[in-house]
Write a protein that binds this ligand. Structure first.
Ligand code: SF4
Length: 339
């Protein structure tokens, strides 16, 4: 029997198929998450604990637990922050009402909202000023969506599931625009847009993509490797929108199985039964140390060969929030822990 070169590469006649890992690149921290985490770390160093953070600074359990151990107190709402204390707003953004509440309680604030979320807030404001009805495609209850919709609650309608499209009511079908959450599935969003266009043929698109570069790049990398994978492991937390989308995208792109885990020890041994190729990636809020632990876990079980699948090289970074930069510039030698 003639064996094709491809098959020879993958099959050792004695040991069976070669176990291998395909590691997606880009994966993990995006520029907005990096900035938000560094903001809290610098705030801790500059002002000393406790630092209050409204909501999870980024949607990752490990990051939140680590910062909590260093003196960060995570709260759900600003009314849980003592009068006059310092509060950091998370990368997902907040509505103007939250800024107002903080001002009423005399809180000092540092806004770690990702600049790409702020961009969508500005779009909402602009289209609301021009008297458009704004159809915001996003997940109901997600913090980012609450913040974005809160910029113009009278003008924004949320479109989450397909059935929401029929519920939309607009004042003037010629003045309707769609915007979106930054961390959605690219393909699913375009499906929703097509459905909306059937109802509103004059529907306008955002001036530039609302789904951010990090979300789309991570989805693209997963799509590239998924068809070759018997299993894809996505490192990320259950409340991380972009991480959950990576699981869905992997399955849609042809992976036989896909799961989301916070930590390597959550990998169920049964998932690995009969598996040759494992794809590994991580959401935009995940530090790479957690991915390395997954690779170690797999190596201990025979998946020693790791091939990186690179579909983009990211070089984006964002400056720290102005409020923090000012204090760092004014007092670069301020001793750690001194208020
Ligand atoms: S996922 Fe995108 S929008 Fe969200 S923090 Fe990262 S870069 Fe910003």
């Amino acid at each position: 029997m003639t064996t094709s070169p491809e098959a020879t590469d993958l099959v050792d006649q004695d040991a069976g198929p070669t176990k291998r890992v395909l590691l997606a690149k880009p994966r993990g921290y995006c520029a907005g998450v990096d900035r938000a985490v560094i903001t809290v770390e610098k705030a801790l160093e500059t002002y000393g604990p406790p630092i209050y953070v409204r909501k999870e600074i980024v949607h990752n359990r490990h990051v939140v637990d680590t910062l909590s151990e260093r003196g960060v107190i995570f709260v759900d709402e600003t009314d849980e922050v003592p009068e006059g204390a310092l509060v950091v707003f998370s990368a997902h953004g907040v509505s103007p009402a939250v800024h107002d509440e903080a001002a009423q309680r005399n809180l000092r604030t540092i806004d770690a909202t990702c600049p790409l979320v702020t961009k969508v807030h500005k779009e909402v404001n602009r289209f609301a000023r021009e008297d458009y009805d704004i159809l915001l495609i996003g997940h109901e209850g997600h913090e980012e969506v609450e913040g974005t919709a809160g910029e113009a609650p009278d003008r924004v309608q949320l479109v989450d599931k397909a059935e929401d499209v029929d519920k939309v009511e607009v004042r003037d079908p010629s003045k309707v625009v769609w915007l979106s959450q930054t961390t959605l599935s690219v393909d699913e969003t375009m499906e929703r847009v097509d459905q909306l266009k059937e109802r509103f043929p004059d529907l306008q698109a955002p001036p530039s993509d609302d789904i951010c570069y990090a979300t789309s790049n991570r989805q693209y990398a997963v799509k590239a490797m998924a068809p070759e994978c018997d299993l894809v492991i996505v490192v990320g937390s259950q409340n991380s929108s972009n991480s959950k989308r990576l699981v869905e995208v992997a399955l849609q792109a042809g992976a036989s199985d896909a799961h989301l885990v916070d930590y390597a020890n959550q990998i169920d041994e049964a998932w690995l039964d009969g598996v040759t190729t494992v794809g590994v990636t991580s959401g935009a809020s995940v530090p790479d140390v957690l991915v390395l632990q997954v690779l170690d876990h797999l190596a201990e079980r025979g998946w020693n060969q790791v091939d990186e699948v690179t579909t983009a090289n990211e070089k984006i970074s964002f400056a720290l929030p102005r409020e923090l930069r000012k204090d760092l510039d004014d007092n670069p030698d301020k001793p750690k822990g001194v208020r």
